[in-house]
Design a binder for this molecule. Structure first.
Ligand SMILES: C[S@@+](CC[C@H](N)C(=O)[O-])C[C@H]1O[C@@H](n2cnc3c(N)ncnc32)[C@H](O)[C@@H]1O
Length: 329
């Protein structure tokens, strides 16, 4: 398969994603961030390929099944959806991935704000849905299970009861805490002083491993744990919630009818992927996802069936810099 456009970070393929996806060969951490057709929201042919929503949803499942094997165990999955079908799209995604959020991207500038009250028979949706999911069902739960198992087996071997040890680590109010349970599961590690207290409580010949050696093992396990986990690097407290207000891309001649703004994509990519990771966009349109991914030091693989948009995306990707303001950052 020859890409329509290629550079060190981006590959763009011209064709239907159903045909292109099976031929991709990707390695490393691979995520999915894509903005598929919505089903009869836009006048464009690409949004009117199905007569019933059920057919559209079946098709959503088909291409998601083709994308899934390319995604790494730590993958983030983002799928845009129309207000009317966000919950249905969410359940199609949920049959294949673990859904974490159904974000509402609220568009204050929407034309719908101008609708006359007399002409409506229900509320108007000023938002677009974005389903966020992860590939893995079995994210590692504990940072340092082997260290936890060591502490637990030493306690059991010493014959000192949990109650006796728990009493040594009360809360500020004197109540029992979950500290011992957390150490024994491997959620975290006792401090140097707490380790010394544990050792003393168990007696001579128990917990003989050196504390610094355990810390070094913990640091290595923590690194491994973070590598296996889906990234979530939220930088801005303002974005903690799942209702977003990023401005849309202002109209300009030749704009893709669904072009996604740089600010929104920057937030999604920075938070849920790492530099050097790869992002698949099965519906690349103007190339916005590919462009922002590349600007943020990620790799990207795009697929677009409309050659006009492959050309436009190529133009955009061939520019070394972009005008953030014009693109709605
Ligand atoms: C919602 S738009 C994506 C817009 C894009 N996010 C942007 O920022 O410009 C969906 C795009 O998917 C393309 N498309 C529709 N069906 C496709 C398919 N089966 N395979 C690949 N591209 C497809 C359409 O041509 C359209 O450009």
């Amino acid at each position: 398969m020859k890409p329509y456009y290629e550079d060190d970070s981006v590959q763009l393929f011209h064709g239907r994603c159903e045909d292109i996806l099976p031929g991709l060969s990707l390695t490393g951490s691979v995520h999915l961030l894509t903005d598929p057709p919505y089903f009869k929201v836009k006048d464009n042919d690409w949004d009117n390929q199905w007569s019933k929503s059920a057919e559209f949803l079946d098709w959503m499942g088909e291409w998601l099944d083709l994308a899934k094997p390319h995604l790494s165990p730590d993958a983030s999955v983002w799928v845009f959806a129309s207000p009317a079908l966000t919950s249905a799209v969410e359940s199609v995604v949920a049959q294949r991935f673990r859904v974490l959020n159904s974000v509402r991207w609220v568009k204050q500038g929407s034309m719908a704000h101008r609708a006359s009250i007399d002409s409506v028979r229900s509320h108007i949706s000023f938002w677009e849905g974005i389903v966020f999911a992860e590939q893995s069902d079995d994210e590692p739960e504990t940072v340092a299970a082997p260290i936890g198992a060591y502490i637990r087996s030493e306690r059991e071997r010493s014959g000192v009861s949990r109650t006796v040890i728990q009493a040594l680590f009360p809360s500020v109010n004197g109540n029992t805490t979950g500290a011992l349970s957390n150490w024994e599961i491997g959620y975290n590690m006792p401090s140097r002083e707490q380790y010394a207290t544990l050792r003393e409580s168990m007696g001579e010949g128990f917990l003989s491993r050196d504390y610094d050696e355990l810390v070094a093992e913990y640091v290595a396990l923590r690194r491994e744990f973070e590598d296996q986990r889906r990234p979530f690097n939220l930088k801005d407290r303002k974005r903690l919630g799942d209702i977003w207000d990023f401005p849309s891309v202002p109209p300009y001649a030749g704009r893709h009818v669904c072009e996604k703004p740089v600010g929104l994509l920057t937030h999604m990519i920075e938070t849920t992927t790492r530099p050097g990771d790869t992002i698949i966009d099965c519906f690349a349109g103007s190339g916005a996802v590919l462009d922002v991914a590349r600007q943020l030091g990620r790799k990207a693989v795009g697929i677009e069936m409309d050659e006009h948009w492959c050309k436009q995306a190529t133009k955009r990707l061939s520019q070394q810099t972009f005008d953030l303001e014009a693109l709605g950052a």
